[in-house]
Design a protein around this ligand. Structure first.
Ligand SMILES: Nc1nc2c([nH]c(=O)n2[C@H]2C[C@H](O)[C@@H](COP(=O)(O)OP(=O)(O)OP(=O)(O)O)O2)c(=O)[nH]1
Length: 172
């Protein structure tokens, strides 16, 4: 029996890599502030993150991203942009492929739910120390309106390796 070793981005054959889960993240950025959540359950519970979650069958990534914000914060994001993907391989074998979006507007009032507490942050006060370790690498690109493609190896909560490609400004 062979055991897969996930110790670096370059040790993985990404062309044949398929994630166990597909998920989304949505960052609403308005009036110089970003809407984040304190996540109450699921992967990354306790951390601060953007709203998001796993794709339901038949959904596009953008539909999923909108639905997850509606479910977690009772608001609907508007004027949405697609930034790219982050591929996460965990050393225990779990993997997740995440599509990342931002929005410049929303309808409704951010409201606490069973899944999340809404939190607004000034753009220069994002609490990276309470977020996933990789977020400090790519969230600045979301704020700058850039597209990107990232690959990350995680051992539990610790990032072991990463590779991030900046693909330039958003396509309008
Ligand atoms: N910012 C950030 N988000 C991440 C990282 N890794 C990772 O899976 N996520 C996000 C992607 C998803 O939005 C979320 C994981 O999905 P989830 O467990 O919330 O899924 P869900 O809401 O559908 O929950 P459930 O059905 O399992 O209860 O975490 C990361 O390194 N950084």
């Amino acid at each position: 029996m062979t055991t897969a070793l996930f110790d670096s981005v370059s040790s993985i054959d990404w062309s044949n890599w398929k994630a166990k889960d597909i998920a989304t993240l949505m960052f609403i950025i308005k009036d110089g502030k970003i809407l984040l959540i304190r996540k109450k359950r699921g992967l990354g519970a306790g951390k601060i993150n953007g709203p998001g979650g796993k794709l339901d069958p038949g959904e596009t990534p953008e539909q999923c991203a909108v639905r997850e914000v509606q479910e977690e914060l009772l608001v609907t994001p508007e004027n949405i942009s697609y930034h790219g993907i982050s591929l996460f391989q965990f050393t225990d074998g779990y993997s997740i492929h995440v599509y990342i979006f931002s929005a410049t507007d929303f309808k409704g009032t951010p409201t606490e739910t069973d899944e999340a507490i809404p939190l607004w942050f000034e753009l220069d006060r994002i609490p990276y120390q309470e977020m996933w370790e990789d977020d400090g690498i790519w969230l600045p690109l979301v704020l700058k309106g850039q597209r990107f493609h990232g690959k990350y190896i995680f051992d539990g909560d610790s990032m072991v390796d990463h590779e991030l490609v900046n693909l330039g400004p958003l396509k309008k």
